[in-house]
Design a protein around this ligand. Structure first.
Ligand SMILES: Nc1ncnc2c1ncn2[C@@H]1O[C@H](COP(=O)(O)OP(=O)(O)OP(=O)(O)O)[C@@H](O)[C@H]1O
Ligand SMILES: [Mg+2]
Length: 468
């Protein structure tokens, strides 16, 4: 460009000089043919200088007019490409260069509008993607990631920058998802599947796939959107619920079968024998009682689970409550030849929660200690304050629990020895109830046991649960 300008500039200059020289020579020839030689040269010299100056001014103006807008345009394109979309060119001519400048300005306006629209829709899209709690990934036809939302970044422990353009297998090492992508891209179908993954914990993920089709080319497929739902908890709860229903049905059926069996036997003649009748009626009585207790326990458990524990915040005088339960259970223990000993700190700080549940918790723990300790044994109750917490422990010298059973102890209907528990009237819900009550106090429960030696359950409740 610079060379072209130089050539144009020199050409104008040369034409100017030649023209001036030619004109001055013609003038001299016509009017001053009798003048002295040196004067002629002066005139020629002067004419050349004037001509030079005139052509210089002319060339400068011409070039400036032609090149000025082009230089401005070059500058403007650079600024626009650097991101300054407000840059415009001043147009002050109606010739070709003026039209070019006008078109350039229009183009810059359109460009800035389009970019604004695009960035607005981009902001909206990323706001939507960020607010969606489900992980979302979009991949192209080669399974390369083109988009990943924050939830997916979190799930796969990868940043969007790291994941972009990577093959799905590099980010999510799971063949099933990759095979699924191949399947749906080949068959042009959309569907849902569930997969088991380890990332690093075991999870069950429900995967929804949708083909990506451009708006103006609905037959073309350019990739797949994968929406992921973590259904681990849902499936776990479903499994627990169906297990619970199966257990409840079984537990209810057992006494009912027994009751109906004995009634049947009585009806078919046994009622006439006084001794048999008494024995059968006693069994029916025990079974009916078990049935009632079972239903009561199920209702208590569901009540504790369904009540937001923050709803009930009664003041519980801890020491007094424990002593009250001790008194109640002492008679049960005495009947079995078991002694209850206690070391309960007086004036323990008050707790806040459901008073009846607190007592129920103590009853269940003492009931177990008595139930699973043979006659002549001892049960200790300790209650003290330490580290701004209340520690309540119930220790017995009973049959103990094998180590392998300890982790399952608080599950509903779990009994170490089913037959034995049934014999002593256990439903297997006592400790599940205790666990939920302890949780309602934001507390923890621990168990330590040695088979044949005894068991100790310790409940730890934070004192400041009142101020929360
Ligand atoms: N102090 C204990 N010593 C030995 N085993 C215990 C003790 N406490 C609980 N267990 C074992 O844990 C199991 C579960 O106890 P849990 O209180 O939940 O049920 P349960 O006592 O059988 O029935 P219930 O619902 O009537 O309390 C018991 O069946 C028993 O095997
Ligand atoms: Mg029990």
């Amino acid at each position: 460009m610079k060379r072209k300008i130089l050539i144009i500039f020199c050409s104008i200059l040369l034409v100017g000089i030649l023209l001036t020289g030619f004109l001055s020579l013609s003038l001299i020839k016509a009017n001053y043919s009798n003048l002295l030689d040196d004067k002629i040269y002066t005139i020629i010299g002067l004419s050349i200088i004037i001509g030079l100056l005139a052509s210089f001014v002319l060339a400068y103006r011409f070039i400036n007019k032609m090149v000025g807008p082009l230089v401005e345009m070059t500058e403007a394109t650079k600024q626009i490409s650097d991101g300054d979309l407000t840059k415009r060119i001043s147009v002050n001519s109606s010739d070709e260069i003026g039209k070019l400048a006008t078109n350039f300005n229009n183009m810059a306006i359109r460009l800035s509008e389009t970019i604004k629209e695009l960035s607005e829709s981009n902001i909206n899209l990323s706001a939507v993607l960020t607010s969606i709690i489900n992980p979302i990934i979009a991949v192209d036809n080669n399974h390369r990631i083109v988009l990943i939302n924050p939830a997916a970044e979190q799930l796969f422990e990868v940043s969007a920058e790291e994941a972009k353009n990577k093959h799905i297998l590099e980010v999510f090492r799971n063949n099933i998802l990759d095979e699924e992508l191949t399947h749906i891209l080949e068959n042009k179908i959309e569907r849902q599947i569930e997969i088991f993954v380890k990332i690093p914990q075991e999870k069950i993920l429900k995967i929804y796939t949708n083909l990506i089709k451009p708006k103006n080319q609905p037959d073309k497929i350019i990739g797949v959107v994968v929406l992921i739902q973590d259904v681990t908890e849902i499936r776990k709860l479903e499994k627990m619920r169906s297990g619970f229903v199966a257990n409840v049905s079984h537990e209810l059926r057992t006494p009912l079968t027994s009751i109906s069996g004995f009634i049947e036997t009585l009806k078919s003649g046994a009622i006439d024998d006084e001794k048999t009748k008494r024995r059968f009626l006693d069994i029916i009585d025990i079974e009916t009682e078990r049935l009632t207790r079972l239903i009561d326990d199920i209702l208590t458990l569901s009540d504790i689970e369904n009540t937001k524990h923050r709803d009930t915040r009664q003041k519980i005088l801890t020491s007094d409550s424990i002593i009250e339960v001790e008194e109640i259970m002492k008679s049960v223990a005495k009947a079995k030849g078991i002694e209850i000993l206690s070391e309960i700190e007086s004036n323990l700080p008050a707790l806040y929660g459901n008073r009846d549940w607190f007592k129920q918790m103590m009853i269940n723990l003492l009931d177990n200690a008595i139930k699973y300790t043979i006659s002549g044994g001892k049960v200790h109750i300790y209650a003290y304050e330490k580290y701004n917490k209340i520690f309540i422990s119930v220790k017995d010298s009973g049959i103990g629990i094998p180590k392998s059973d300890l982790p399952k102890l608080f599950e509903r209907f779990y009994r170490v020895d089913k037959a034995r528990s049934r014999k002593v009237g256990g439903t297997g819900l006592g400790l599940a109830i205790v666990k939920h009550i302890v949780l309602s106090f934001d507390g923890k429960i621990k168990v330590s046991s040695e088979k044949g030696k005894g068991t100790e359950f310790t409940v730890i409740i934070p004192i400041n649960n009142a101020v929360k």
